[in-house]
Design a protein around this ligand. Structure first.
Ligand SMILES: Cc1cc2nc3c(=O)[nH]c(=O)nc-3n(C[C@H](O)[C@H](O)[C@H](O)COP(=O)(O)OP(=O)(O)OC[C@H]3O[C@@H](n4cnc5c(N)ncnc54)[C@H](O)[C@@H]3O)c2cc1C
Length: 417
């Protein structure tokens, strides 16, 4: 697959499309409740089935995954059309679970490397809301060094036998398929002995353990593969060339996290406890000794928000226009990770003890819970340290960091355990 083509779109055509989308959304999609938007404490099974139902509604209306080719259930429209849908849908309840990683990360990777059979089998099922996907990349031994995967897939004729474990997979227990990187060759350097597989998650030879989080939710899972047999037709791309597939998957992930993917779908307005207007109202109500300090901190937050929007816009246009290299998505990713931590920290400061004790449905409570999650955006989708490495090596042209294991056969790489 060539990279997505960002075709020019006639402004009149876009204005007409916006009217059409607005009319359809008003008629068919539920509005988000501004007082009690989605909240981490809400029941996740209910959230998952609601997302499936909403995705189906979008598909039936012709507004699901509009940049995907028509032959697989999309609309073959431009990134500008998708942007219209994202803008209009901000205040509606959108099936955001389908956006990442299913449509915006796994999706373009399958479009790029899948056989025609794989595309026909899997893509329409996401777009219609039938199947959710997840990524099985991180392992208990570490996630930043993805090429150091220890999960093994040993070939036996037309099948592969998988053993090992993956971890931190988001909502695996509520998903249907995963893209998984596993080692198929131990006699070559680490980047050359990996293969990407399509894995049906609810298989008797996969044990899924949910991980209880500090905020009471169970977003993450760890999976154990016990002699899982996968047919060779579940290989995505070439055997032992999984790193090529993984590199593109990471590219799509950075684009999606940096809001630069044509394949993502829907973006909710920030109605969390970290919204600057809400926080300003709280600070005004509580006119205490801290009001001057809060004013400064809220000004800082507002500036961060505006800079993030502008940075994202510039990077998207830079990559589209070819004057910024593709890894520039890491600039947005880094900024987003840092600004979200700052946003949740300021929200907690301003809400004070109201963030610790609240009634269900009160927005102040979200500040306490969100504070517990403040580092998530600095880790998920690759850490901010790894984003800094990419920026220095691939955008600024600094020397690559030394890696003693790069050219050694993987079986000879010393490791603990
Ligand atoms: C919200 C969220 C969702 C996630 N969803 C998924 C998912 O669906 N599927 C999945 O597979 N994983 C998922 N992850 C896991 C995530 O990809 C990993 O946590 C991440 O890649 C880091 O891996 P690690 O936690 O093992 O840390 P490690 O790789 O062990 O790193 C530990 C620390 O060392 C630093 N470090 C490591 N190497 C370098 C280096 N070369 N240079 C500088 N610093 C370095 C890291 O930045 C980090 O601070 C998710 C994580 C979060 C927070």
């Amino acid at each position: 697959m060539d990279d997505f083509v960002y075709a020019e779109t006639d402004p009149g055509e876009l204005a007409r499309y916006r009217e059409e989308v607005e009319a359809w959304m008003n008629e068919n999609m539920p509005r988000r409740d501004p007082v009690n938007p989605w909240h981490p404490i809400q029941d996740d099974d209910e959230r998952s089935s609601r997302n499936r139902e909403l995705q189906r509604r979008l598909y039936d209306g012709g507004y699901a995954a509009v940049c995907y080719p028509k032959e697989y259930g999309g609309q073959s429209l431009t990134a500008a059309h998708k942007q219209v849908i994202d803008d209009v849908s901000m205040d509606f309840d959108m099936p955001i679970l389908f956006s990442l990683p299913t449509l915006a990360i796994c999706g373009p990777t399958i479009l790029e490397f899948g056989t025609e059979e794989q595309k026909q089998r899997y893509i329409p099922a996401w777009i219609k809301g039938d199947e959710l996907w997840v990524q099985f990349m991180s392992e208990p031994s570490g996630g930043s060094d993805m090429a150091g995967a220890l999960t093994r897939a040993d070939r036996d004729g037309d099948t592969f036998i998988v053993n090992g474990s993956k971890i931190w997979s988001t909502f695996a227990q509520r998903s249907d398929y995963a893209l998984m990187l596993a080692r198929t060759n131990w006699d070559v350097p680490k980047h050359r002995g990996l293969t990407m597989f399509i894995v049906p998650i609810h298989h008797p030879d996969i044990e899924i353990h949910t991980i209880k989080m500090v905020d009471g939710t169970d977003e993450f899972c760890q999976e154990y593969f016990n002699d899982l047999m996968l047919p060779a037709e579940n290989v995505l791309g070439e055997v032992d060339d999984g790193w090529t597939v993984a590199t593109r998957l990471l590219f799509h992930e950075r684009a999606a996290v940096g809001n630069a993917s044509p394949y993502s779908q829907g973006r909710h307005r920030n109605t969390s406890a970290g919204g600057v207007e809400d926080l300003a109202a709280v600070a005004r109500d509580r006119r205490g000794a801290d009001v001057g300090r809060h004013r400064q901190r809220l000004g800082h937050l507002e500036t961060l928000g505006q800079v993030e929007e502008m940075l994202s816009d510039r990077v998207v246009k830079g990559i589209e226009g070819g004057f910024l290299p593709a890894p520039s998505g890491s600039l947005v990713r880094l900024f987003h990770g840092l600004s979200r931590a700052e946003r949740y920290t300021v929200a907690l400061e301003v809400q004070g003890d109201h963030a610790l004790v609240w009634n269900r449905g009160e927005s102040t409570g979200a500040a306490g819970l969100e504070y517990l999650q403040r580092q998530a955006a600095s880790i998920g989708g690759g850490t901010t340290e790894m984003a800094r490495n990419i920026i220095s090596e691939r955008i600024l042209g600094m020397p690559r960091e030394p890696a003693a294991d790069r050219d050694l056969p993987f079986s000879q790489v010393p490791r603990s355990g």
